[in-house]
Ligand binder design. Structure first.
Ligand SMILES: *Cc1c(COP(=O)(O)O)cnc(C)c1O
Length: 421
């Protein structure tokens, strides 16, 4: 049972995860069945009839997620983007405007500006880290939705959720927060006034690089914008999310839901450990000769540090490093041994990537492009000292390669050219 005073590890381990009443199995069994037997026509035994409409393993995950985020209801999806798409379709119609933080995930940007925009929804970027600019944009654009990601990706800027919720609500705008980077272990946006939280459960919640999933969690009693009624006949956002998900079939498989539930049980300890390592890496590389700037909200020199201190319960598992040059950034990415060169984050393995050409390539030629010299580190659960040593050797190797390029440019004959006549 969920109890509002219980801590998040207790909630994650016990809410929605009660032992099987028949066998006593302490882990609720994985329910793969697609259909459910009825004893009488139209009367289901436990509210389940067909697995697209409802599945016990999925329900268990949703109960845990709703408790962790302090929401009314949670809805699991087959991916983070599927959750985002469904939320945006429930909250907006053609002709509506979505005001979005300019630093949002590349896939969110593509969904808003290419897919939903082609269907008549307007997508307008705003600097959500500048409250005056956001207030003016809300007054000017009258958006139905304000879409915010905090900490943002990959620059790890911190948006003030409480202040943004206040600004949004003055105009009847719904605030959606993508809580993927923090996870409910480190941040609960609904408690600060957000209306909907979305997640890519692929990241910290799943936590083991072995499933793709998403989720949306609604605030208590949340109704549709502008007094509308949705196609499912309800004014309640939760009811319409359930309706649209069933109508379009955007449901996760039971095994992915089960893996997400399993991930949630260790989320808090994983998030705490990886955040501590991220902090150690950020502190180590501040002032490093190859690094012009460290981006980590846990550091006092970060512009969002004070807000993060108030709004978060830890500063997150991602650190970005602004390197001396694009060449250095790319070479560091290619020369780590423990950090794997891969997109994604929040897993047991540490990952490194070059956002400008990888995760954020969709923004490449726009005014929202990411600096080319940036490296993003998604810190995992290896020992922090080993991770720091790995990065140090990658910077060293990268620096040596660049030095040989420079020598060859200054003295073209200094480098032997094999195989040429
Ligand atoms: C990965 C990610 C998404 C998209 O989630 P998928 O599960 O890959 O569809 C959305 N937002 C953020 C912040 C992400 O990191």
């Amino acid at each position: 049972m969920s109890h509002p005073t219980q801590g998040r590890s207790t909630l994650a381990i016990h809410t929605g995860q009660t032992p099987d009443p028949i066998t006593g199995a302490i882990v609720p069994p994985l329910s793969l069945a697609t259909t459910f037997v009825m004893d009488e026509v139209g009367v289901s035994r436990a509210g389940y009839d067909y697995s697209r409409s409802g599945n016990p393993t999925r329900s268990a995950l949703e109960e845990t997620l709703a408790a962790l985020e302090g929401g009314e209801a949670a809805f699991a999806f087959p991916s983070g983007l599927s959750a985002e798409d469904t939320v945006l379709r429930v909250l907006t119609r053609a002709g509506d405007t979505v005001l979005y933080g300019q630093d949002v995930y590349g896939g969110t940007y593509r969904l808003l500006t290419a897919v939903l925009a082609s269907e008549g929804r307007r997508a307008v970027p705003v600097d959500v880290f500048d409250l005056d600019a956001t207030e003016r944009a809300i007054a000017r654009e009258r958006p139905t939705v304000l879409w915010v990601e905090t900490p943002s990706n990959p620059l790890l800027q911190i948006a003030d959720i409480e202040a943004l919720a206040r600004l949004a609500h003055v105009s009847g705008t719904h605030l959606v927060v993508d809580n993927t980077f923090a996870s409910p272990a480190l941040q609960r946006p609904l408690a600060w006034g957000a209306d909907v939280v979305v997640h890519s459960t692929t990241k910290l919640i799943g936590g083991h690089s072995d499933m793709v999933g998403g989720a949306a969690v609604t605030a208590k009693g949340l109704t549709l914008p502008c007094g509308r009624t949705g196609p499912g006949g309800s004014r309640q956002v939760g009811a319409e999310l359930g309706y649209l998900r069933n109508a379009t079939g955007a449901v996760p498989g039971p095994f992915d839901a089960w893996l997400a539930s399993r991930g949630l049980k260790t989320l808090k300890v994983r998030a705490a450990s990886a955040s501590a390592s991220a902090r150690a890496i950020a502190d180590h590389f501040a002032g490093h000769p190859g690094v012009r700037r460290v981006y980590y909200p846990g550091r006092a020199d970060h512009p969002g540090h004070d807000i993060a201190l108030r709004q978060m319960d830890g500063f997150g598992t991602v650190v970005s490093l602004g390197c001396d040059s694009e060449a250095l950034a790319r070479l560091v990415c290619e020369h780590t041994r423990l950090f794997s060169l891969a997109v994604s984050l929040g897993a047991v393995e540490s990952l490194i990537e070059h956002p400008a050409t990888m995760t954020h390539a969709a923004k490449a030629d726009s005014e929202l492009a990411i600096p080319q010299d940036l490296v993003r580190l998604a810190v995992g659960l290896e020992d922090a000292n080993d991770l720091i040593a790995d990065l140090e050797q990658a910077f060293l190797t990268a620096g040596e390669i660049i030095a040989t390029w420079e020598i060859s440019r200054l003295e073209p004959n200094a480098i032997p050219t094999y195989g040429l006549p």
